[in-house]
Write a protein that binds this ligand. Sequence first.
Ligand code: HEM
Length: 153
Amino acid sequence: MTPEQVKLVQDSFKKVAPIADQASDIFYAKLFEIAPEVRSLFPEDMSEQKGKLMGMLATAVNNLHQVETIIPAVQDLGRRHVNYGVTADQYKPVGEALIYTLETGLGDDFTPEVKEAWVTTYVTLQKVMTDAAAEVEAKKPAEKKGFFARMFG
Ligand code: HEM
């Protein structure tokens, strides 16, 4: 990610921050429209969830210029998502809902350059999260094997 892209993402996020509540509504409505199968992963009452996503995005965006400082937190987030039942292929509709939300919220300010910078940001976060998640998944069968070996071996 170039320094220019970091600035585009940070500046455009500042414009979405004042309408964070509305942006969350747009995001989840779009997500559940394009990927209804993920609705059951979330609590019925979404009011708390909404602040969390925007809060984490804000932390990530504000620290993009020093991305190495947030990598461990993003890895932890990815590992926690395994426990929420999230799979790697579900990151795609979430990314699409995010881009749609920014497009709707920013209007003409969502230029092709801004869009590309956001796609790069999301893909980066996604990769860190799913790589960390894959490590958790890779460990699972070994633990299970150990358990069965201990029980029946
Ligand atoms: C860059 C991508 C993502 C970010 C920044 C993000 C952020 C968060 C945050 C901050 C939380 C609050 C809990 C915690 O900190 O552990 C959370 C929970 C959750 N996220 Fe994500 N998430 C992302 C991708 C996804 C994807 C792809 C899915 C799949 C549908 C998903 C589904 C969930 C679910 C089901 C919960 C738990 C809800 C609950 O039980 O309260 N997230 N996410």
